[in-house]
Write a protein that binds this ligand. Structure first.
Ligand code: KG4
Ligand code: ZN
Length: 345
């Protein structure tokens, strides 16, 4: 009999419920987005997000079950227990604990970043180890993934996350929320070389990154243009910004590969795989340029389908499945948390 895990995700502004069965099959994957609730504020309002999760969790669970199986045949319930907006994490994890308790099935606490880290094993069945670049709204990290629960951060942003930078620049350009995807659209019609923007830390031979200076440069550029944001200007700024992020990431991925190879040597492992994941990994421009850069180094490049790059519960259910197979479950008194390093899972 295949194992079936119900996963719950609520760490940001998407409510997700999914069922994944062993070895790697998504039976259902429901995501209820809250874009319309947050659009007016041009950003995520934690209290509104938590209330919406409470409303949507039940709906999403019913929809996920309708598309697939009877709730009694679930083997375990996995939920994001952090990191993220704490009110949303509490809503989802309490809901999951209640389900686990009523169904008398084990509860599994999942680190959201572990969900992003393992998605590629669900979709492409790739083997450990691999070098991972997580690019989301809250995190930007290069991670050596050696096995389930064995993660080493090789480098990360020292200030804003990449997704956060996309969102903040989009807001300055008066683009609708959520901003990342809008920037990508507008960049398609813009000139990427129109504005020369700073590339902080690009020459440092580490894979740490910094994006706040780039964000400030765009604010100053908009001020210099007297805030006259006509369509061409917005398209050109979007394209120049996305191009600059690309240049930074191309350089940083090479530094990360160097460090990864050193670390692999220390543990006498070999692997030439680079994986990207997280919301920003759904950006086609960044996928294309990172792919060519990585392939020049004779590495293979992997990315999940776009709907599994952005937040979803299939990745949480899958991380739960890997943990369940290894016999790892959690007590119902597991504390949800807003900060939780992937190295500490
Ligand atoms: O992983 P995710 O869905 O949620 C977090 O865990 O944060 O990532 C959301 C982030 C947002 O900042 C969003 O603007 C960004 O991913 N994003 C994109 C694109 N789609 C989503 N950024 C750039 N280009 C995109 N196509
Ligand atoms: Zn995420």
């Amino acid at each position: 009999m295949p194992l079936r895990i119900l996963g719950i995700e609520s760490s940001c502004d998407d409510t997700g419920v999914a069922i994944v069965s062993s070895p790697r099959r998504i039976l259902s994957n429901v995501v209820i987005s809250q874009n319309s609730e947050h659009q007016y504020f041009n950003g995520i309002v934690p209290e509104i997000a938590a209330r919406a999760h409470i409303e949507n969790l039940n709906k999403a669970t019913i929809a996920a079950l309708q598309n697939s199986i009877n709730i009694e045949s679930i083997d375990a319930v996995a939920a994001t227990c952090g990191p993220g907006l704490i009110s949303g994490v509490i809503a989802g994890s309490m809901f999951a604990k209640a389900l686990s308790s009523v169904l008398k099935k084990p509860f599994i606490a999942i680190n959201h970043l572990e969900g992003h880290a393992l998605t590629i094993r669900l979709t492409n069945n790739i083997q450990y180890p691999y070098l991972l670049l997580i690019m989301s709204g809250g995190h930007s990290q290069f991670i050596m993934v050696r096995g389930l629960g064995k993660y080493t951060i090789l480098g990360q942003t020292l200030d804003d996350a990449i997704g956060e930078t996309f969102d903040k620049v989009a807001k300055m350009l008066k683009l609708p929320f959520p901003g990342g995807v809008e920037i990508e659209k507008r960049a398609l019609n813009g000139n990427p070389l129109k504005y020369s923007l700073p590339k902080p830390m690009i020459y440092k031979d580490s894979c740490n990154m910094s994006f706040s200076g780039l964000k400030t440069a765009i604010r100053l550029l908009i001020e210099k243009l007297n805030n006259s944001l006509d369509t061409t200007t917005v398209n050109d700024i979007a394209a120049s910004f996305q191009y600059t992020i690309g240049v930074i990431l191309k350089s940083k991925i090479l530094s990360a590969i160097k460090l990864y190879e050193k670390k692999l040597e220390q543990v006498t492992m070999k692997s030439n795989k680079v994986v990207i994941s997280g919301g920003v990994a759904s950006n086609q421009y960044l996928r294309d340029i990172l792919k060519s850069e990585v392939e020049l180094k004779n590495y293979r490049f992997f990315f999940p389908p776009k709907q599994l790059c952005t937040d979803n519960a299939a990745m949480i259910a899958y991380a739960g499945l890997e943990r369940f197979i290894k016999g790892i479950t959690n007590d119902l008194n597991f504390q949800p948390r807003d900060k939780w390093s992937i190295e500490e899972v």
